[in-house]
Design a protein around this ligand. Structure first.
Ligand code: ZN
Length: 117
């Protein structure tokens, strides 16, 4: 299937999506594991060092999972732009996003100038 000059990015986006879906699933499992470890510890154990380690791990796991979820959403938008023929066009200024930038960040919706105020 010919998708023009952005054909390679359909593959890149699909690969990235697979990685992110795995990361998201791993994040979910991690969050669930910490949730069940927490429910095993008594509620009045707030100053237990293990308890605070768990909340640190909890924040880190939530952060990683949410980051994967957000990037997945960006991938979905990029795939929609690819289908709609607007992929590679800056959503702010309308100029073409350089291919080197897209290769580094296939989900980029803005050129470097518009992405960094
Ligand atoms: Zn721009």
């Amino acid at each position: 299937m010919e998708r023009g000059r952005y054909g390679e990015f359909a593959t890149l986006l699909a690969q990235r999506r697979i990685e992110l879906e795995a990361a998201l699933a791993a994040g979910d499992r991690r969050v669930e594991a910490i949730r069940s470890a927490r429910s095993d510890t008594p509620a009045d154990d707030e100053h237990d060092p293990e308890g605070s380690t768990l909340s640190g791990e909890w924040s880190a796991a939530i952060g990683l999972r949410d980051a994967a979820g957000q990037e997945l959403a960006q991938i979905a938008l990029a795939e929609a732009r690819l289908d709609g023929g607007t992929y590679g066009v800056c959503e702010i200024c309308g100029s073409e996003i350089p291919l080197e930038r897209l290769r580094a960040r296939p989900a980029a919706a803005r050129c470097v100038r518009c992405a960094s105020p």
